[in-house]
Design a protein around this ligand. Structure first.
Ligand SMILES: [Zn+2]
Length: 228
């Protein structure tokens, strides 16, 4: 949107996006898409001229099936370890997700079906790294850090790169019918926490904000929508 270096590559994985965060000699993959999307992932790699073994880490924004479903398969494919906040990690081993609490009409419309989803047994695994709300990505060659932005789930994480690009998972969504405007997440554990986390994201002064559903959005649009 503005001039500057772009270090984020979007991988559209049907209804959700994963992101590649560019580093000095490889990438951090932010989220893994749904289960069984390995072929789509490989195609996205080819389209972007990169190979799976360039991925140094798979960082999961939070424990929902569209973000963690492919993690085991992509870890096996890339050889990269998987990191998730410990508060959202249980779903990876049990296959069960915390109940979704709808917060918008789209949430109410979809919650019954969404709450029936389980992680298939062959997608379950024990994650390599359990986080306590933060991670310095420089350890993986990427100039940036992950920080805790709870509310959508208790273990939700966002990333801010030194270049000013933020990747925030589901802390903000861009959904039907507001296809170009940021909106509240359709499900959230705690809306007050969501607001506090969005304020935290704006406080790190991103120049652009990448969301997992729709977007990207500007910080100004998010500030307007959340009245912050
Ligand atoms: Zn989610």
């Amino acid at each position: 949107m503005k001039n500057g270096t772009y270090n984020v590559i979007r991988f559209r994985m049907q209804f959700v996006s994963a992101y590649l965060l560019r580093g000095r000699d490889g990438y951090v993959l932010f989220d893994s898409g749904y289960p069984y999307f390995e072929r789509l992932f490989k195609r996205r790699c080819r389209q972007n001229g990169l190979s799976a073994d360039q991925i140094r880490l798979i960082l999961l924004s939070h424990g929902h099936i569209d973000h963690v479903g492919g993690a085991r398969a992509l870890s096996e494919l890339t050889g990269a370890p998987v990191a998730i906040d410990r508060r959202d990690a249980a779903c990876l081993t049990t296959g069960r997700f915390a109940p979704l609490i709808p917060r918008t009409w789209l949430g109410w419309l979809t919650t019954l079906a969404a709450n029936r989803q389980v992680l298939p047994p062959n997608c379950r695994f024990t994650p390599d790294i359990l986080l306590d709300g933060e991670l310095d990505l420089n350890e993986y060659g990427v100039a940036g850090r992950a920080f805790h932005t709870p509310g959508h789930t208790q273990g939700s994480l966002s990333v801010i790169l030194d270049s000013g690009e933020a990747v925030i998972g589901d802390a903000v969504m861009v959904n039907f019918p507001f296809l170009s405007e940021p909106s509240y997440p359709i499900y959230a554990d705690d809306l007050d926490q969501v607001r506090a986390s969005v304020a935290k994201i704006l406080a790190v002064k991103p120049r652009i904000i990448y969301t997992s559903h729709g977007g990207p959005v500007t910080p100004e649009a998010v500030r307007r929508r959340y009245r912050l």
